[in-house]
Design a protein around this ligand. Structure first.
Ligand SMILES: NC(=O)C1=CN([C@@H]2O[C@H](COP(=O)(O)OP(=O)(O)OC[C@H]3O[C@@H](n4cnc5c(N)ncnc54)[C@H](O)[C@@H]3O)[C@@H](O)[C@H]2O)C=CC1
Ligand SMILES: O=C(O)/C=C/C=C(\O)C(=O)O
Length: 480
């Protein structure tokens, strides 16, 4: 069986204590590889390698650092099919999604920040005849990047690329549930000629390797994407050490459909925003509010499309819904389906585990599930489920839907469907969400600030925001 290895100091290394974790294929329920169960010793080795590499890496002109990142991007593109297959097996996502979204975006992350490094400018402030202030942005040193299982290579590279572009050295940990493409990335970094120690990838659990990264005094900043409870724990650990923190956490995102919308586009995209990646994207619009005059028509069209979503082997071209990432996660989502029924929801579609035949008989499949009749106040409408479960609710006025939309502890993303531009601006700006889409969903421009309000996180990723996060400003004041 394949044993994955850590990538430390430019070498592929086994965990020092020799312990491994099972890596399960969610489509089959079978262990198909083993991953290092790294501990604080492995993290210490990775941090030491990063510290040793830092002086030369920060001294390299940004353009040369950028070229190496662009080279990694090209290698990801070259290996797109291999990486997509690996992502699909490791995570359970449909191969089509991995091929068209996950891996292309991982390549774009490196290409974008590879070129952004050369465009990052600092500010100056002139007080005429008095002083000139200029701001230098220094890399932080060694930084930690910790990523989740839902968009494995996509989110792993979204953190690593800006950290490296800004001149830092990185100790990164992918989710122990989906480690494979991070491992393959270490091979590509070696092929690209990334200097030893600039990027170190340590595999292992959150409480083990992850906690050791967060606790390490030489790690100056943590960029984390994952669950809100984990984010809070990381913040408690890191705060007394005054580490910089970027936390991209959960969401319970409203999708608001006004009666004047482009109906077909709203229905088609709402199916996507509900069930893409089996609903396991923090941006999924799991609460769908539809203006009453079109509620029944929307419901019928939505359910018709949901019925056409093929749940199947993630590696089959025709599958539109793959497996959920793990048995515990499937059980968590099933628990919310039970809760929705207890809370008075009417099941309109799905609700059941799917038992496939053959290769995927042991997999973690679930029907795309739709409820109506739930109060906007209930737990199902306020807590993050992170699975293929959505609720439909009719509304009558802007104020009513805004009140409901904002009635959660989360504030990550929101979607508004309307042809009325003034309403789009008015409603959009009153939503408590870091990202608002109008007449679209998950349309991304990597230059824009990305992140959440309230319990959805702290800070913003993307473009200049990420480069700012990974640098320390220093002001120099010159008396004129
Ligand atoms: N971006 C998002 O919004 C995501 C949200 N979630 C939500 O979180 C729930 C729990 O999922 P999990 O897989 O348990 O996510 P998690 O938040 O525990 O894991 C994310 C990453 O953090 C690491 N981690 C866990 N504990 C850590 C610690 N003490 N110190 C440092 N790193 C640590 C994990 O190993 C993984 O790499 C899901 O059911 C879902 O609701 C999960 C993944 C992504
Ligand atoms: O940056 C993006 O385009 C998407 C980010 C998605 C997440 O952070 C998530 O689903 O966890």
């Amino acid at each position: 069986m394949l044993h994955l290895l850590n990538y430390i100091g430019g070498q592929l290394l086994p965990p020092r204590a020799g312990r491994y974790l099972d890596n399960v294929d969610p489509a089959t329920g079978q262990v198909y590889s083993l991953i290092p169960d790294s501990d604080a010793d492995d993290v210490q080795q990775a941090v030491a390698a990063a510290e040793a590499a830092f002086p030369a890496w920060r001294a390299l002109p940004a353009e040369q650092r950028g070229r190496l990142l662009v080279r990694i991007s090209e290698l990801i593109e070259r290996d797109l099919e291999r990486l997509a297959q690996a992502e699909s097996v490791d995570n359970g996502k449909p191969i089509k999604l991995a091929r068209t979204v996950d891996i292309p975006r991982a390549a774009s992350n490196f290409a974008f920040f590879g070129t952004a490094a050369g465009h990052f400018a600092s500010e100056s402030h002139l007080q005429e005849g008095v002083a000139l202030n200029y701001t230098v942005r220094h890399p932080l040193g060694v930084v930690g990047c910790i990523s989740p299982w839902n968009l494995p290579l996509y989110l792993f590279t979204w953190k690593i690329a800006p950290a490296l572009a800004a001149g830092n050295c990185v100790v990164a940990k992918p989710s122990e549930i989906t480690p494979m493409t991070a491992y393959l990335l270490s091979e590509l970094c070696m092929e690209a000629g990334l200097p030893a120690g600039v990027l170190n990838i340590v595999h292992g659990t959150g409480p083990g390797a992850g906690q050791a990264i967060v606790e390490h005094p030489a790690v100056k900043a943590i960029s984390f994407t994952g669950g809100t409870a984990t984010g809070a724990h990381i913040a408690r650990t890191a705060a007394p050490m005054f580490k910089k923190l970027s936390l991209e956490l959960g969401g319970k995102n409203p999708n608001i459909v006004f009666a004047d919308c482009d109906f077909e586009a709203a229905v088609a995209t709402s199916v996507q925003s509900s069930f893409a990646n089996q609903g396991q994207i923090c941006l999924c619009g799991s609460r769908i509010f539809v203006e009453r005059p079109i509620y029944e028509r929307f419901k019928a069209a939505f359910l018709e499309r949901v019925a056409g979503l093929t749940v199947g082997d993630p590696l089959a071209e025709e599958s539109r819904q793959g497996a959920l990432v793990s048995e515990p996660h499937l059980q968590k989502v099933l628990g919310y389906i039970d809760l929705a029924q207890q809370e008075g929801g009417r099941l309109l579609a799905g609700g059941q585990r799917v038992h496939l035949q053959g290769r995927c008989a042991g997999g973690y499949f679930l029907q795309p599930t739709v409820f109506e009749g739930l109060s906007p106040e209930c737990r199902v409408n306020r807590e993050e489920i992170f699975g293929p479960v959505v609720t439909l609710t009719p509304f009558d006025t802007d104020d009513e839907v805004l009140g409901w939309a904002n009635n959660t502890d989360y504030g990550l993303a929101a979607t508004v469907w309307t042809r009325d531009l003034q309403r789009a601006h008015r409603v959009g700006q009153q939503l408590h969400a870091g990202v608002v889409w109008v007449n679209t969903w998950l349309l991304r421009d990597l230059r824009t600030p990305f992140g959440g309000m309230k319990n959805s996180g702290v800070g913003r990723e993307g473009g200049v925001e990420a480069l700012r996060f990974f640098t320390e400003p220093q002001n120099v004041c010159i008396k004129l």
